[in-house]
Design a binder for this molecule. Structure first.
Ligand SMILES: Cc1cc2nc3c(=O)[nH]c(=O)nc-3n(C[C@H](O)[C@H](O)[C@H](O)COP(=O)(O)OP(=O)(O)OC[C@H]3O[C@@H](n4cnc5c(N)ncnc54)[C@H](O)[C@@H]3O)c2cc1C
Length: 296
């Protein structure tokens, strides 16, 4: 989305009375307790930013980055914050590990930066192009083979493979990615003997999903928040956490999802918050915390 749309909305919210304080990380820069003392209600919309890692030999080599270390820097170049991206794909053989939307963003960004080649690896088999009426009957969301605009720009997509290790040069820079094909045994991926191979990899981005909200910055512990079994902040039907007056909306409560869900969650949490503060609310609640299909 063009940034002018975001800027216009921020200006509107400022004019309505919202105060934005950037560069303040609750938990590290300001304790949650201070926030709690100062405000009658708090809505946490802190996202689900803990990225899944790949603990294989060679992971420590230079040139292997989480997608969210790589992508925001590329955005900052577009914003004029950097002349050149601090992590660049220019002239490099790039491997993106993870076949989802975050991986697709890495593929597109690497191409725009002038990568020599871009290969996207996915551990799961290639999805079908049409809904399987038995495994994924309507209205369940079907897992289909998607060609995003980033994929239209090029690159190779390899399915049913798993990275075994990385190999570097004498300066500690990643040079090769070793992988093998996998088959699923009792629902778990197992390497197929004899299928090992290596591909050139001078920049590797990890885009293997997110495991929940940040547990390192202290926010969860300082508020005394309970998490659900998936590592997200647990909440009740009013989007309220186990701490009265503390609400949660968006990825922090739902897990890494989509913008439309975050918007709907924000509106529903606002209603819960209003009810908590005033005893009633006329605000709409487009969704419940447990909803998994949008019907608004
Ligand atoms: C690479 C990538 C590509 C995506 N592409 C799409 C897409 O094309 N379409 C789509 O619909 N969705 C996409 N998503 C998902 C979408 O970005 C999220 O679902 C959505 O942004 C969730 O909104 P949110 O407000 O809950 O959390 P976020 O947008 O993650 O916002 C959380 C904010 O809280 C801040 N924060 C975190 N902790 C603290 C703290 N302790 N103190 C203060 N601030 C804190 C963070 O800095 C961040 O600004 C993508 C996600 C990723 C990672």
């Amino acid at each position: 989305m063009e940034k002018r749309h975001i800027n216009r909305r921020i200006e509107q919210m400022r004019a309505e009375g919202t105060k934005f304080r950037t560069g303040v990380e609750i938990g590290r820069d300001m304790p949650a307790t201070a926030l709690r003392k100062r405000y009658d209600a708090v809505v946490l919309a802190v996202g689900a930013t803990t990225a899944r890692d790949l603990p294989v030999p060679g992971r420590e080599l230079k040139g292997i980055h989480q997608a969210m270390e790589y992508l925001p820097l590329a955005n900052k170049v577009q914003e004029g914050d950097y002349v050149a991206p601090p992590i660049s794909a220019e002239g490099k053989h790039v491997v993106v590990i993870g076949g989802g939307d975050t991986g697709a963003d890495c593929v597109g960004t690497a191409h725009r930066q002038g990568a020599a080649s871009v290969t996207q690896l996915e551990i799961m088999p290639r999805p079908g192009e049409e809904r399987d009426p038995v495994a994924q009957p309507w209205p369940t969301f079907p897992m289909l083979y998607k060609v995003t605009s980033a994929h239209e720009e090029g690159g190779e997509r390899v399915y049913s493979v798993s990275t075994t290790h990385f190999e570097g040069d004498e300066d500690g820079n990643v040079q090769w990615l070793h992988m093998s094909e996998v088959e699923f045994v009792d629902g778990r991926p197992a390497p197929k003997p004899g299928t090992e191979r290596k591909i050139p990899a001078q920049l590797v981005t990890l885009a293997m999903g997110f495991t929940g909200t940040d547990r390192e910055n202290g926010l969860v512990d300082q508020f005394g928040l309970e998490l659900d079994e998936r590592g997200n902040i647990a909440r009740d039907a009013d989007f309220q956490t186990n701490v009265p007056g503390v609400f949660v909306a968006g990825d922090a409560g739902r897990g890494q999802s989509l913008i439309v869900w975050a918007i709907a969650e924000g509106r529903s949490a606002a209603r819960g918050c209003d009810r908590y503060l005033t005893g009633a609310s006329e605000l709409p609640a487009p969704i419940r915390p447990t909803d998994r299909a949008l019907t608004v």
